[in-house]
Write a new protein. Structure first.
Length: 169
């Protein structure tokens, strides 16, 4: 599979995840603005972790058409990706700190899931930084995109299996 084909597949998956978020929001028992802070954070994380891969993949596809050396493309997009994921991490950390402790205690595994996902995300960011300065390869960028989409998928599954009020069915 060529990098262009892999990027195309990644865009399709990320757009599908974002679209399914809309389905969850529409068919939930309450409007999104009435959801618990934790579930609103989950929706934000899902949208962020599916929209960043879309943007990165589209940027990479555009750069592939320019005739630039691929190492320049992968280093450039990896630098943008590292910045985007770092900003998303700060946003997620702030959002998590705003969720009341009582709600976190009621929700099974939210804190451990958040920090485990954060650790895997931090490893992906470090891989991107390594790619910017040393590798210049495609696979670290694709790995970071897949990690982000897996985090989005995890949030999607949690939203589907939890009621908007934040307690398990």
């Amino acid at each position: 599979m060529t990098p262009g084909e892999a990027l195309g597949v990644a865009v399709q998956v990320a757009v599908a995840l974002a679209g399914f978020t809309g389905v969850v929001a529409v068919f939930g028992t309450n409007p999104v603005h009435e959801w618990s802070p934790l579930n609103r954070l989950r929706v934000r994380l899902l949208l962020t972790m599916s929209s960043i891969p879309v943007a990165l993949c589209l940027l990479a596809v555009v750069l592939l058409t320019t005739g630039l050396y691929e190492t320049v493309i992968w280093r450039s997009v990896s630098a943008v990706a590292a910045l985007a994921f770092l900003m998303a991490t700060v946003m997620a950390q702030r959002g998590m700190s705003r969720v009341p402790a009582s709600e976190l205690n009621r929700s099974d595994g939210s804190r451990s899931t958040f920090y485990t996902t954060g650790a895997v995300g931090a490893a992906a960011i470090l891989l991107l930084i390594y790619n910017v300065f040393l590798l210049g390869a495609f696979w670290p960028l694709l790995t970071a995109v897949v990690v982000a989409m897996m985090a989005a998928l995890l949030q999607f599954v949690r939203l589907v299996f939890l009621r908007p009020g934040g307690t398990a069915k």
